[in-house]
Design a protein around this ligand. Sequence first.
Ligand SMILES: [Fe+2]
Ligand SMILES: [Fe+2]
Length: 259
Amino acid sequence: MRILFLGDIVGKPGYSAVLKHAEELRKKEQLDALVVNAENASDGSGLMPRQYNRLLEAGVDAITLGDHIYRCREIIPVLETSKRMVKPANYPGDATGRTWTIVDTPAGPLGIISLLGRVYMRPVDCPFDAVDAALEEIGDATKHILVDVHAEATSDKQLLGRYLDGKVTAVLGTHTHVPTADAHVMEHGTAFQCDVGMSGPYDSIIGRDVRRVMKTTRSFEPCHFHVATGDIRLCGAIVESKANGHAKSIRRFEMSVSE
Ligand SMILES: [Fe+2]
Ligand SMILES: [Fe+2]
């Protein structure tokens, strides 16, 4: 199974680029599955139902989110029923959304799990316990499982990667919006990368206009952080898995998109 996972879609530049290139990427990279993290799609924070629908229409199979999951409240009713989107599995039980899902692909079913890290982030339940529970529920339904680890600290992500090595197909990081140069298949067959990078404007501070962030950071005067517009790239990782669900390879994916 060939899976492309694209990191955090940031604002209109990232969102439009995914819509524009999804179909062509599916063909060119011979993808069985396209999974995206869309937590920053709506003006840099959250995901609107209209965007959710258009991403699926464009050829996205499944969507993960993160700490901005409920930023657009309109998405909550969609999260109640959608089988194409998951909430972080270590969010409280009362938080809306599925803790895992399985989508059909030409190469068989693919399981999707999202986890939030705990270092420099809002307190959440234990991601290790949460992923164990999700994997037990998934059981034998599929051997191909992608885990999005949405976390601030590389150590947090590495620990979850090591913990899940051999149990899932890939553990791929999101949230910091900057790709890391550590894509590899671990000892027991799980593909790993600390952060696959965002899909959005790279001439920015993690997707936002540099001047605005600089001014607020230096002056302490709050202002709206506009989504930046320059150097738009789609970033992610392409994972190829074997019939037993272990990863055969992982390759960093990066594509410059003309504005
Ligand atoms: Fe993000
Ligand atoms: Fe995030």
